[in-house]
Write a protein of this length. Structure first.
Length: 150
């Protein structure tokens, strides 16, 4: 069976693949719940050579994407809880939802951090259907002396 070209879509974001070719892995370990390796990224895409380490502090902006995802997930669990269990002024169901939502978000945090980084990079490195022939854009603002200075 021939390998088909992945279609550009918002849902490709959740696979944590390179935003330029949609094939290469961004992270060294595929399992986000291996907590020691959750955020270890490849320097570049192994398929299209898109640099993934754009500049020092580049991924600080992914915290805004992560915040948007957690708000969306909280709203989704709230609506789902409201439709299935409901809320009342006469019992503690709202507190049960708060506890459930907190545990759910904590459990999903490693995966959400990865998706947020993928989403943040997608703002700057777009899908290129001709990635096999087009080279990635060269980096302009790298400083090798400041890498890993956290």
């Amino acid at each position: 069976m021939p390998h088909s070209e992945p279609k550009p879509s918002v849902f490709n974001l959740f696979l944590c693949k390179c935003p330029r070719c949609r094939r290469g892995d961004m992270f060294q370990d595929k399992n986000p719940w291996h907590l020691k390796n959750t955020m270890k990224m490849n320097k570049e895409c192994s398929v299209c050579r898109q640099p993934l380490d754009i500049e020092v502090g580049f991924y600080f902006g992914s915290s805004y994407v992560s915040y948007a995802f957690t708000v969306a997930l909280s709203a989704a669990t709230f609506i789902l809880w409201w439709l299935t269990i409901g809320f009342s002024l006469y019992d503690n169901r709202i507190f049960y939802w708060l506890a459930f939502n907190a545990v759910f978000l904590i459990a999903m945090q490693p995966y959400l951090m990865r998706v947020a980084r993928t989403g943040w990079l997608s703002f700057f490195a777009w899908y290129d259907k001709n990635w096999k022939t087009n080279l990635p854009q060269p980096l302009e603002r790298t400083n090798k002396d400041q890498q890993n200075n956290w």
